[in-house]
Write a protein that binds this ligand. Structure first.
Ligand code: SAM
Length: 252
């Protein structure tokens, strides 16, 4: 058993279900995510008809007004860049994502007069932070990539202060048929655009379709967030198949 991946050995290296990703697939996924860096924001905007900025704003509106905020899976800093104020901590397992995000986010923060954010290498499943050390934890378009979603939710609960807010955004499906339509969407429109940008058949979005297909429904994760110990759990389907926002509170 490899020390870094304690929860996923039963999966035999394959993507299996709505809860876990096998080790080999997670590593392959990380390589593909890293390859998206140069065009990440462009493809996201086109794939969501420009709606992604609105969804990011909806998350900001749901956060407490101040305090210590953790973004898990910050990627190249697309959300963190526009977070005003807070004592902001951004975490990601890909060093190159952190490098790009740090430059981008801290230039924006310094220009606005905000304190620089802190960038930490790590994974949702083993957060390198003390218990009860954040007022809010959020994760946008990253939860679907976590190799053990229950462990990541549980870790988020641990690092939140009592009464702290937890927010997830990701594209959940309504049911299997809707999942099939989402798959078609990724394999046609999004794939075509990514192929044009990369000028190659083997672009990373082709691979990312796998996590999209394996991801569960809005209800699956409402249940999971409750089962991991959060209170006041609710979900809003903002755009079916593209964005659901889940939120919960750590019990006092
Ligand atoms: C698609 S990007 C999301 C970027 C950004 N949050 C946004 O709003 O666009 C997903 C990020 O999640 C990270 N990620 C994947 N698995 C993770 C895990 N187990 N724990 C934390 N982050 C993870 C990836 O490295 C990647 O940078």
């Amino acid at each position: 058993m490899g020390g870094n991946y304690p929860n996923i050995w039963h999966t035999g290296g394959s993507l299996v279900d709505t809860e876990t990703i096998g080790r080999e697939d997670w590593e392959e996924l990380q390589r593909n995510l890293e390859a998206t860096i140069p065009v990440y924001d462009k493809v996201n905007r086109v794939a969501t008809f420009g709606q992604v900025s609105k969804w990011r704003r909806m998350v900001r509106e749901r956060l407490p007004k101040q305090g210590r905020l953790l973004e898990i899976g910050c990627g190249p800093g697309s959300f963190a860049e526009d977070v005003l104020g807070y004592d902001l901590v951004c975490l990601d397992p890909i060093p190159e994502m952190l490098r790009v995000a740090e430059e981008r986010v801290n230039i924006a923060r310094t220009t606005r007069g905000d304190e620089p954010a802190t960038f930490v290498h790590g994974k949702a499943e083993e957060l390198p932070f003390q218990d009860s050390s954040f007022d809010a934890v959020c994760t946008l378009f990253s939860f679907r990539d976590w190799y053990d979603k229950r462990a990541g939710i549980s870790e988020s609960l641990r690092v939140l202060k009592p009464g702290g807010t937890f927010i997830i955004v990701d594209p959940a499906k309504i049911n299997r048929f809707h999942g099939f339509l989402g798959w078609l969407w990724m394999r046609t429109y999004v794939s075509l655009y990514a192929r044009m940008l990369y000028k190659s058949e083997s672009h990373p979005w082709k691979w990312l379709t796998k996590t999209y297909v394996s991801f569960g429904t809005t209800k699956d994760y409402v249940k999971m967030i409750r089962e991991q110990g959060f209170n006041e759990v609710e979900a809003k389907v903002v755009f079916p198949g593209m964005a659901t926002i889940w939120q919960g509170k750590k019990p006092n």
